[in-house]
Structures are given as structure tokens and as C-alpha cells.
Design a protein around this ligand. Structure first.
Ligand code: DGP
Length: 111
């Protein structure tokens, strides 16, 4: 999608620290990490939010998150997966993305 930041990252028009890519998803390190590991997993096909996504798309993102959690050494101690949605949900980029956060203890409830 033209002028979508994450579509441009997926296309390689904007540089990113890519950690994983397959047919369905692209994953890269967050520019403003909130934990020692902070990776964004995004579907290659643009959708604005989880409200527009199919179960298959969300499943592909979750599968990539599990693979990356193991690869990053997070699966023993644990990690957090977050999909911010809409303005009150804290979604700043309108291309669906799954945050994978780990490497520190997480607080609950989130702010
Ligand atoms: P959210 O607030 O849930 O929409 O998360 C958007 C995230 O995207 C936020 O944690 C910062 C990250 N981000 C924004 N712009 C860039 C960028 O140009 N490169 C990378 N790697 N991350 C970005």
C-alpha cells in the first residue's frame, strides 16, 4: 500500500533490522525497543488492523512469533505478544503488527 510505513519496510524502501521473513510475514526489530528483545511481526499483505485480518493471517503471525521467541531464547522465561488496535489501543502505525517483547519482567496491567 502506497505511503504505508510498514509496506515500505517490507519492500526494502526503508531500511530495517530484519530478523525473519517467509511467504506470509516479515519481522524486524522495533526502532524504539521497550524490552531487550522487541520485534515487530507484520503480514506482507496490508491490512490496517486485526479487525481486518483473517484467522490465517493472525495464525501466521503467531507461528512466526513462537519461532522467534525460541530463536531469541525467550521461551524458557516467557515473553509477551501484543497487538495494539485503534487509537485507545495505542496503535500508531496502521498496518497490523504483532509486538514480541521479552528479556525482562513484564508489568500488569499495562499503562
Ligand atoms: P504501535 O504503537 O503498536 O502502532 O507500534 C508501532 C511500533 O512501530 C512502535 O513500537 C515503533 C515502531 N516503529 C515506528 N516507526 C518505525 C520504523 O521506521 N522502523 C522500525 N523498525 N520501527 C518503527
Amino acid at each position: 500500500m502506497e505511503n504505508c510505513l510498514f509496506c515500505r519496510i517490507i519492500a526494502g524502501e526503508i531500511p530495517s533490522s530484519k530478523v525473519y521473513e517467509d511467504e506470509h510475514v516479515f519481522a524486524f526489530r522495533d526502532i524504539d525497543p521497550q524490552a531487550p528483545t522487541h520485534i515487530l511481526i507484520v503480514p506482507k499483505a496490508h491490512c490496517d488492523s486485526v479487525m481486518d485480518a483473517s484467522a490465517e493471517t493472525v495464525g501466521h503471525m503467531a507461528d512466526a512469533a513462537k519461532l522467534l521467541a525460541v530463536r531469541e531464547g525467550l521461551n524458557e522465561k516467557g515473553f509477551r505478544l501484543v497487538i495494539n488496535t485503534g487509537d485507545e489501543g495505542g496503535q500508531s502505525v496502521k498496518h497490523l503488527h504483532l509486538h514480541l517483547l521479552g528479556g525482562r519482567s513484564m508489568q500488569w496491567p499495562p499503562g
